[in-house]
Design a protein around this ligand. Structure first.
Ligand code: THG
Length: 369
């Protein structure tokens, strides 16, 4: 597949920060929730090294919010996820797989509990809002469902604490992982969570006012000079090494949550009512026949625009690589693959074709780091 330009239109939404990242030299985008999501600046590898050593500001407005509020909002949110939210607390964020009636994955949002009757589902790339509206209508739930104008700025990397404390005060350092609170900066209040799609630590600022967000963006760069701040984005290499899963890439609506390693977020013994519960119980009893595993391949490049098939020595299908990139840390290609039983054991070997040549790879545990 050659590089191709994508035509601009209203359907392909820009963000309040697009002009800024364009001026700063964004070098590629992906499309996520019908919106531009930057994919690289200098290069995947240069961005990766910088993210692991300094601090980056990310335009992740494409992580859209589905706001569910009203009397039956808790019931609806619980109906959509197999994670037991009955003991959930306001001020906390919950990573939670969304499941359909068949027990298959719909999305893997962070669920933010803003109040007993107000929730933000910070979604991955699928149209959760229609799923939620359909369920609300079918169940006669008293809820309001909308996509509010929220545009997240993520501040990620080992120096993110220092940069954020400089703007929002030392008390932001006390914010715990997957908790959120409100912090002031220049007459504006910001919803800030300690979270983000990297393993380097950081925060996510859920910006509700475009102008305030744009000003904040500029202040982050002005104040961040001493920390070598740069624009960045979710980094393919870093997120594969950390096993941060990507809906549409690593798993989709043809996979169940056991296959995608979501076991610790599946609460089948709880009292709560959620979609697909009986089917998940059956899947759990029968056992799965494939699951997501790490793979290492003895090569220095791989181009991913579709699944890549893995074979054994007799040309039986071992599985499919779903995301992969060259890792400067491991000096080989690392990837996330759906591997069939019985080929899924650590150190099991397979063959893969890349650019018309055959290479050898091995199955390994996730995460890599
Ligand atoms: N932040 C926000 N919204 C998002 C994402 C995000 N929406 C889209 C996408 N990312 C949703 N998917 C994920 C996947 C992984 C994590 C968060 C969102 C994640 N996982 C941690 C881990 O695996 O180490 C912690 C999970 C846990 O144990 O609770 O952070 O990034 N706003």
């Amino acid at each position: 597949m050659k590089n191709f330009p994508i035509a601009k239109s209203r359907r392909l939404r820009s963000t309040p920060y697009t002009d800024r990242i364009e001026a700063q030299g964004v070098s590629s985008y992906t499309v996520y929730n019908h919106m531009l999501l930057p994919a690289s600046f200098k290069s995947l590898e240069a961005d990766y090294q910088h993210l692991k050593n300094y601090v980056q500001v990310w335009d992740v407005a494409a992580e859209r919010q589905v706001e569910i509020s009203g009397k039956d909002s808790a019931k609806l949110v619980q109906l959509m996820t197999c994670r037991d939210l009955s003991k959930s607390k306001v001020g906390k964020c919950y990573y939670a797989p969304l499941i359909d009636n068949e027990g298959l994955l719909v999305n893997d949002p962070i669920i933010n509990k803003l109040a007993e009757d107000k929730w933000w589902l910070s979604i991955a790339d699928s149209d959760v809002i229609f799923f939620a509206k359909g369920l609300a209508a079918g169940n006669n739930f008293e809820v309001e469902i909308k996509e509010p104008n929220v545009n997240i700025l993520a501040v990620q990397g080992p120096l993110s604490n220092d940069l954020m404390a400089k703007l929002f005060g030392e008390k932001i350092k006390q914010l715990k992982f997957f908790n959120f609170s409100y912090f002031d900066f220049k007459d504006n209040k910001y919803f800030i969570a300690r979270s983000g799609w990297s393993k380097q630590g950081g925060f996510e600022i859920y910006v509700e006012n475009d102008q305030a967000g744009q000003d904040l963006y500029d202040y982050l760069f002005e104040s961040g000079k001493e920390f070598n701040v740069r624009p960045g984005c979710p980094n393919l290499i870093e997120r594969i090494e950390g096993a941060l899963l990507s809906y549409g890439n690593d798993f989709d609506n043809r996979d169940n949550p056991f296959e995608a390693n979501f076991d610790k977020f599946i609460n089948l013994d709880s009292e709560v009512n959620f979609l697909g519960k009986d089917n998940l119980k059956k899947i759990n009893q029968d056992g799965i026949t494939r699951k997501l595993r790490g793979v290492k391949i003895d090569h220095n490049t791989i181009d991913m625009y579709c699944e890549k098939t893995l074979f054994d020595d007799n040309n039986n299908i071992v599985g499919y690589v779903r995301s992969a990139a060259y890792s400067p840390t491991f000096k080989q290609v690392v990837g996330i693959a759906m591997i069939n039983k019985p080929y899924w054991n650590t150190k099991d070997q397979f063959k893969i074709e890349i650019n018309e040549k055959i290479y050898v790879g091995t199955v390994c545990d996730l995460p890599f780091i």
